[in-house]
Design a protein around this ligand. Structure first.
Ligand code: HEC
Length: 205
């Protein structure tokens, strides 16, 4: 059937998107200390790509409702692995008041950035174009902080949109009774991916 052939690529594209991945490559901000910035960027890219790949596998193998469990278990593990490999701290946070996992609430510098990214998106900016690289007013032991906006894509809506299938909604309710990460629309700012590079000249590549 033609319908089926048309649908297949859409589904395949959907599966490429991760539970916390972003579609577009980040613009390259220009600042001093390219080493620290390159490390932050490489780690963030790795994190996104691994989440994408592993979520795609989980959805293909076990189906979308089971992929909810995958996101809960694997997203933090993947973050741990990437942090260890790149020697940075890193994670994802939600825009204020819209988190799923209470551990992903934006605080401090991330809360400030989330507010300003949201303001920029509200006035027409693209979520994925919101990038910040901070070298001033970082705590001792930190060389650089970086964050980038995460855009809501069509593929995210099955778990973050308005019309969530009952079996997915049931899994979400089970794991996240306080879930505030639904009701998003395509093109919204979903949250921030961030990375923090420690001051450590010996590990600079
Ligand atoms: C299969 C369901 C599913 C899909 C599809 C999905 N997510 Fe999620 N998302 C989750 C779950 C579950 C969590 C909570 C993970 C955790 O406990 O750390 C989550 C958490 C997040 C977070 C961390 C902030 C928070 O609220 O906890 C971001 C950011 C995020 N998702 C973005 C996205 C984006 C962007 C897409 C599409 C590219 C997407 N997600 C697709 C299920 C999904």
């Amino acid at each position: 059937m033609k319908t089926r052939l048309r649908f297949a690529p859409v589904l395949a594209f959907g599966l490429l998107a991760g539970c916390g991945s972003e579609p577009a490559p980040a613009p390259e901000p220009v600042v001093a200390a390219p080493d620290a910035q390159a490390r932050a960027q490489a780690a963030m890219k790795d994190f996104s790509e691994r989440l994408r790949g592993r979520l795609r596998e989980a959805m293909t193998r076990d189906g979308a409702p089971a992929a909810v469990d995958f996101c809960q278990l694997e997203a933090p593990r993947i973050a741990e692995q990437v942090m260890a490999e790149h020697g940075v701290r890193l994670g994802r946070v939600a825009v204020p008041g819209r988190n799923r996992n209470p551990g992903n609430v934006a605080e401090g510098w991330l809360q400030e950035l989330a507010v300003s990214f949201q303001a920029a998106v509200d006035t027409g900016g693209a979520p994925e174009a919101q990038v910040a690289v901070l070298r001033e007013s970082v705590p001792p032991g930190v060389e650089l902080r970086m964050a980038r906006g995460i855009r809501v894509e069509a593929a995210c809506l099955m778990c973050h949109g308005d019309n969530i299938a009952p079996e997915i909604a049931a899994r979400l309710a089970e794991h996240y009774p306080q879930d505030r990460a639904t009701g998003f629309r395509e093109g919204d700012l979903r949250g921030l991916i961030w990375s923090e590079v420690p001051t450590n000249p010996e590990t600079t590549p």
